[in-house]
Design a binder for this molecule. Structure first.
Ligand code: SF4
Length: 202
């Protein structure tokens, strides 16, 4: 049974982790098609490629039934690559736009409006696919709003008493109002928004 690639969300990079680990060279980058392909004659369904895709675009079927199931899942997937490759709470920063240093923290806090600072560490980075896009956290907050990601210095950890990362520091018109600790995945978006709004209400 073959490996399947969900090309709706695959970025078709020839740096693909699945290609690098494939023991039979079944998975490879085709420069003519500008796409990652799988040679099903060579694929042994070992499954090594699957966990090496950061956006879970690889499926490995071991039976005909699994193959049909995954094929249907891919056909019904409404996501596009643009939906995935955006900066997200809890995930690795994609663009430099959101990343600030500890020294820049105070200057980035809006004097009028809401500033959200996601404090994260390498160890707290979660799957891109399962994390919440930043725009989906902020779109129900009225007024000026800014969002940044920060790997904290010891001073910041101590000042804001951060015990767990990611931790979302919330500032309202220049004043620190509270924080939400811990990771929230895409299924917990309502809970995260509720916590932010609860802090902003006081
Ligand atoms: S399942 Fe194994 S053999 Fe098949 S493409 Fe993935 S890594 Fe290669």
């Amino acid at each position: 049974m073959p490996a399947l690639i969900n090309h709706k969300i695959c970025d078709n990079s020839n740096e693909c982790g699945g290609i690098a680990i494939c023991p039979t060279k079944a998975m490879y980058y085709d420069p003519k098609k500008k796409s990652i392909v799988v040679d099903n004659e060579k694929c042994i369904s070992c499954g090594l490629c699957k966990p090496n895709c950061p956006v879970s675009a690889i499926y490995v079927a071991k039976t005909e039934q699994e193959y049909e199931k995954y094929k249907k899942e891919i056909e019904q997937d409404t996501r596009t690559i643009k939906d995935l490759f955006v900066d997200r709470y809890g995930a690795m920063p994609i663009s430099d736009f959101f990343v600030i240093t500890s020294d820049q923290l105070k200057e980035k806090i809006l004097k009028e409006g809401i500033t959200l600072i996601e404090v994260y560490t390498e160890a707290s980075i979660q799957c891109l696919l399962k994390s919440i896009p930043i725009k989906d956290i902020t779109d129900d907050i009225e007024g000026n709003i800014s969002f940044f990601k920060l790997q904290p210095s010891k001073e910041i950890i101590s000042e804001y008493e951060i015990k767990e990362t990611p931790s979302l520091l919330i500032f309202n018109s220049g004043t620190y109002t509270g924080k939400v600790d811990g990771y929230f995945d895409i299924n917990q978006i309502d809970s995260l928004r509720e916590k932010i709004n609860h802090i902003l209400a006081f």
